[in-house]
Ligand binder design. Sequence first.
Ligand code: HEM
Length: 416
Amino acid sequence: MTASGTPSDHASPAGRTADRERPPVVDFPLGPPGTMGPIEEYRRLRRECPVARVRTPMGAAAWYVTRYTDVRALLADARLVRPTINAWPIRPEDVPEPGPGLTTMMELDGPRHAALRRALADEFAIHTVEGRLARVRALAEGLLDDIEAGGRPADLAPDFAEPFPLLVMCDLVGIPYEDRDYFLPMADAALGALVTLDEGREVTHMLRSYIAELIARKRRRPGDDVLTRLVRRCDQGELDREEVICFGLSMLMAGYRTCTMFLADAILVLLTRPGQFARLRDDRGIMPRAVEELLRYLPVMNGVVVLQAARDIDLHGHTIHAGEAVLPVLAAANRDGSVFPGADRLDLRRDPNPHLTFGQGAHYCIGVHLARAELAVALDCLLDRFPGLRLAVDESELPWEDESPAKSPLAIPVEW
Ligand code: HEM
């Protein structure tokens, strides 16, 4: 057992046997209804079956990897590629894509990926994010003004956790927030991959057209935003148009939804632990460490990163065959007791905290500084504005989307 009372990880003889029978395909771990994730399941899998086989909610089988060292290594392993959203999950009716698919930066590799990362390095650098903090704070304050004016009780899920990361991303990148009713349903459908092949093609086509049209708008009316600057680089021959489209699609796919879920879960976790809430409210000096710890502790990244083996890979005595999907489960790695003492305890002062929430290697999250800033600013503003914030209903009454691998509460009714 570790200091926190959790059974120690890695006690099993996994890895000692030669090529073994494949584990049976089990249901995708979702955790009990009304909870953030499958914490018990992570513990058991890390110990007994660190390379498990699961059926994803879309019906495809995938390897589900839960130990920290394995997850870290897989994320940066060149033998694994990232399939495009259209290519995964592989569906029985799948035929090769006729046109360009929904390619985001995650699926780009080699020189094109490197060129785009270089072009964006300064845009997402820590000094750039620090220079925008006042703007980010103003966006949070604006939402809180509306919440306060609307009176009690308020719902922090739709009125704060959802719009705030989207507003921040749109403001930085130059995607009109007013267009959200158009692009959000399509982006959500593509993200959830809950579409038929034909619908997937249509969504891909429409999202690509939307970004292409936005690029044309930036040429006509340049703004002070990332997209305008990329279009300029494109006109100077430093990038091609396809890369700019790829960036725009990346922002719709990766630039806000995860932050929304982390923010909603973070607010809920603090509201249901009054001691931790008071600790953070009364000592903002711990905010940077508290944000890192929330990013580690909240199990949002439950099989969110999907890899595909380009060659056979041996892991703990199993052979992952070329073409098979591999899910390095960042949330499970973040609770690995061999790396994080008292891994299942929320310790807002934890340091060091080498969590894997932003990935590892060439595709490490480009929005890492922005995401951290968003969480810190959102919590800071919330605690300033409503020092006596509390849930307006019992925690057990909160609605969740329990079928989804990554979960956050759909409503957070509060009073103050
Ligand atoms: C808490 C919030 C966030 C989390 C947990 C998160 C997590 C991740 C992870 C794990 C990856 C790597 C995926 C892989 O290896 O395939 C990634 C990549 C990426 N993220 Fe984030 N992210 C967050 C916020 C953001 C934000 C705010 C932006 C931009 C506005 C962003 C943009 C991207 C992009 C463009 C990539 C692809 C990078 C590449 O392939 O080179 N992310 N993110």
